[in-house]
Design a binder for this molecule. Structure first.
Ligand SMILES: [Zn+2]
Length: 242
């Protein structure tokens, strides 16, 4: 890999930026970069052999998609959505994704169906191989692929963000080791799409999102401590007048 200055041709910069984003996303979904992990600009520039400008652009795009949080002076971190935020994400998915599945059933051609089936075949391979990290990534990607074949670019953009935040939430709040999309549900959705059964595809997707949500513990812990003192076991104390 060679050094890319900020004067490098725009197309080359764009490719490097896309590569950095793809590698970071893959590392997050395969649990090699946990939520909250710091993403140091200098180090990334060194590892990818690119300028800090390119790294900064890649991080800014990831921040737009909700994958990275940027704090002035402290830098960039892998996002760590709260339980409340994860509930909002799933509520949004429950509205948007049945719509996408229904639209795909109306518009899918043979080429799109073949793409969906190929994707499910790779999920099955990962499941059979016990490759959980890849499975989590692929089952998440299925939902974005579905938005792509449904043909609405606004849904694709929305799903990219919602899916990434969902995967981060699964990493943080999964109830068990097996949290990913339940087996067979994707192929049942694709079968309904193949039959052109729009309402059935939408209904199966609604149930699927509910199962994904049920696999996560998104309730707030009971009797949550009020502030640092109580969390650390200090008795609450009346506030001193200033
Ligand atoms: Zn799924």
């Amino acid at each position: 890999m060679h050094e890319l200055s900020s004067e490098a041709p725009a197309a080359e910069r764009g490719r490097s930026e896309a590569l950095i984003r793809a590698r970071i996303l893959e590392a997050i979904f395969e649990r090699r970069l946990p939520p909250g992990e710091k993403l140091t600009e200098d180090r990334l520039a060194e590892l990818f052999g690119v300028s800090r400008t390119v790294v900064r652009q890649a991080l800014a795009r990831l921040a737009q998609d909700g994958i990275v949080e940027q704090h002035p002076n402290r830098g960039a971190f892998v996002a760590a959505p709260s339980r409340a935020y994860a509930r909002h994400v799933l509520a949004a998915r429950a509205v948007v994704e049945p719509e996408i599945a229904g639209a795909a059933a109306c518009s899918c051609d043979d080429h799109a169906l073949a793409r969906l089936r190929r994707h499910i075949a790779t999920e099955d391979e990962a499941r059979a191989a016990g490759d959980r990290a890849t499975l989590v990534r692929l089952t998440g990607a299925f939902h974005v692929v579905l938005a792509e074949v449904a043909g609405n670019p606004v849904f694709v953009r929305l799903l990219t963000e919602l899916q990434a935040l969902s995967s981060l939430s699964i990493l943080l709040y999964a109830r068990g080791e097996h949290s990913a999309c339940p087996p067979d549900e994707h192929s049942n959705i694709v079968a309904a799409i193949e039959r052109g059964a729009s309402m059935e595809a939408a209904e199966l997707m609604r149930a699927h999102i509910a199962h994904v949500a049920a696999d996560m513990d998104l309730s707030e812990p009971a009797g949550r401590p009020e502030g640092l003192a109580q969390a650390l076991g200090f008795a609450p104390r009346a506030r001193q007048p200033r």
